[in-house]
Write a protein that binds this ligand. Structure first.
Ligand SMILES: O=C(O)CCC(=O)C(=O)O
Ligand SMILES: [Fe+2]
Length: 229
């Protein structure tokens, strides 16, 4: 991964509950990752979203061992946002602290029975979309997750914006709509973020989804840092 100004990105993530990193992968590298969608033997489970009421489209959970690029990004991102995760838990009065490295955190997940890998690859064609949701797979969770955008909007697909919704307590929700470039990574809140009020911090729940793809194909890589029960 090229050198990033992590201090700035950590601050933005902490303040807003999401941060869009500058493009980190070339178009050719994105293409290679997107092609994994059709690889045999890499996956533990395939989901056809319309069969579950999740929207429309298909996604697949990788099996261990993860492809090196997926594993490398998962480790590098975790190490750089774990300090923000700990700061959030402190602000929200949650006692759990995350270790500095992903392997120690995954060992904790595995000991608690959350052993199945959660990184996934999603493919949407025209008419496909992803309903607003949260990716919880057990009691243990990490407060951030990431998506890597593998196609170029306007060129490879139209529509298919990434949508974040903040469910503010006793107020109407706020929507954030993003259309990142190919090769960008978005880090965002998995469950809730701390927001400062008059009496300290309170929890603002966040959900994410994808608006309907109007044309073309949109493939994304999802990186979730807790494993699944
Ligand atoms: O396709 C997307 O951008 C959303 C993927 C998603 O929901 C996830 O990675 O958890
Ligand atoms: Fe998701």
């Amino acid at each position: 991964m090229p050198q990033l100004n992590w201090q700035n990105h950590q601050n933005t993530l902490s303040e807003n509950g999401f941060v869009l990193l500058p493009p980190l992968l070339s178009a050719a590298e994105c293409h290679q990752v997107a092609e994994l969608f059709d690889a045999q033997d890499l996956y533990r489970k395939s989901i056809v979203m319309q069969q579950h009421g999740y929207g429309r489209g298909e996604y697949k959970y990788f099996n261990y061992p993860l492809p090196p690029i997926v594993d490398g990004l998962r480790h590098e991102l975790f190490a750089n946002v774990a300090p923000v995760a700990n700061d959030w838990n402190e602000k929200l009065g949650i006692v759990l602290r995350y270790p500095a490295d992903l392997d120690s955190w995954l060992a904790t997940c595995h000991e608690a029975g959350q052993k199945r890998p959660t990184p996934l690859i999603l493919k949407y064609g025209a008419g496909d979309w992803n309903a607003l949701h949260q990716d919880m797979y057990g009691d243990l969770y990490f407060p951030f997750q990431a998506v890597l955008f593998l196609n170029q909007p306007g060129q490879d697909y139209t529509g298919g914006e990434f949508v974040l919704v903040e469910q503010r307590p006793r107020m109407q929700s706020k929507a954030i709509v993003l259309q990142p470039e190919q090769g960008q990574i978005l880090l965002f809140t998995t469950k809730y973020r701390p927001a400062k009020g008059t009496r300290g911090y309170h929890r603002v729940a966040m959900r994410h989804g994808v608006s309907e793809v109007k044309s073309g194909t949109r493939v994304n890589l999802g990186l979730i840092f807790h494993d699944a029960a």
